[in-house]
Design a binder for this molecule. Structure first.
Ligand code: SF4
Length: 323
């Protein structure tokens, strides 16, 4: 029904036009015969790292109240139907034809598989929905869940797992209290790929005590595993987190903007040229909850500065990647 997998020829054409990064947005415009938009929805998912199953504290950067999303109608106080239809209506007015439904805050493959399947079936029941993006942790992809997702792939839907990875180093995963191992990351990526499920990994640059070499190793290791896409973020200190305590005690200092742009470009130079880059920074974090860094995190301004830095260096994504 829909073309699946990442088309390398399209990515090559992006570089030939002079773009230094395999940007997801540029790729989608060339790969799809329609205009597509990802609708974020919040179904009130919880997390085993917060509900007491693994821990109650969560990752050191994750706010107790959950991650705020500044998108109108993406709120668990509304039904899934309402969240989808209101956003679809707004986007259709802007000329969007097709949609992915993005199950975002919390761990969206955690819980009763029957209930989760009902939510996903419902989202896919709209004729203009061509796929799903599902945000989760690497240790929450059971065989039962993967079977359900693989069935959607077999029906022709494009299914993405938005996988919280953050780092490929066990000492960092322990320090940030992820409560899962590197082996879970490897297993999740390989199992998804085997089943035709696309994987977008989320990585944070500037985690406590991470060296340049370790961040670069994360880029190379994920590329070698065949990850399809990445969202890359600077670490942000938010109020009410363990990271905030570390910050006020002087145990953690965020990267400054110049350092972030530099490590971001270094990271991308060591990432496979065929990994799509969905993001290089955050959406705006509300000032009332942001403690650090001071600088403008907006993803468009970071993207523009990263492109300028690549032009200055005369390089692009993947130049130092040896797959
Ligand atoms: S896995 Fe995600 S939702 Fe759970 S504590 Fe960590 S950042 Fe928060």
């Amino acid at each position: 029904m829909y073309s699946l997998g990442i088309n390398k020829d399209i990515i090559d054409s992006i570089y030939k036009e002079g773009h230094p990064i395999a940007q997801y947005g540029l790729y989608m415009k060339r790969a799809k015969p329609y205009k597509v938009f990802k609708i974020p929805v919040d179904c009130g998912s919880i997390c085993p790292n917060k509900d007491g199953t693994l821990d109650t504290e969560g990752c050191i950067f994750c706010p107790k109240m959950g991650r705020p999303i500044g998108v109108k109608y993406c709120n668990s106080k509304y039904s899934l139907k309402y969240q989808i239809e209101k956003q679809m209506e707004n986007q259709k007015k802007k000329g969007v034809d097709k949609f992915y439904i993005y199950f975002y805050p919390g761990t969206n493959t955690y819980g009763d598989p029957e209930r989760l399947k009902e939510l996903w079936d419902f989202a896919l029941s709209y004729s203009d929905v061509v796929g799903l993006s599902i945000g989760t942790r690497p240790d929450c992809l059971s065989r039962e869940i993967l079977d359900i997702l693989e069935n959607y792939v077999k029906k022709g839907y494009e299914i993405w797992i938005d996988l919280g990875i953050q780092s490929f180093h066990q000492k960092t995963l322990d320090l940030i209290n992820r409560k899962h191992g590197v082996s879970h990351i490897i297993g999740a990526i390989l199992e998804c790929k085997r089943r035709g499920i696309l994987v977008c990994g989320h990585v944070i640059l500037g985690l406590p005590d991470e060296t340049w070499e370790e961040m670069i190793d994360t880029a190379e290791s994920l590329s070698k595993l065949g990850i399809d896409a990445l969202k890359i973020y600077p670490l942000v200190v938010v109020k009410g987190t363990k990271l905030e305590e570390m910050y006020w005690k002087g145990e953690y200092r965020a990267l400054d903007r110049k350092q972030y742009i530099k490590i971001l470009c270094d990271f991308l130079e060591h990432t496979s040229p065929y990994v799509l880059i969905q993001r290089v920074s955050k959406d705006k974090v509300p000032e009332e909850i942001k403690v650090s860094p001071e600088w403008n995190l907006s993803r468009l301004s970071i993207l523009n500065d990263a492109i300028k830095e690549f032009k200055r260096r005369g390089t692009r994504q993947g130049v130092y990647y040896r797959g």
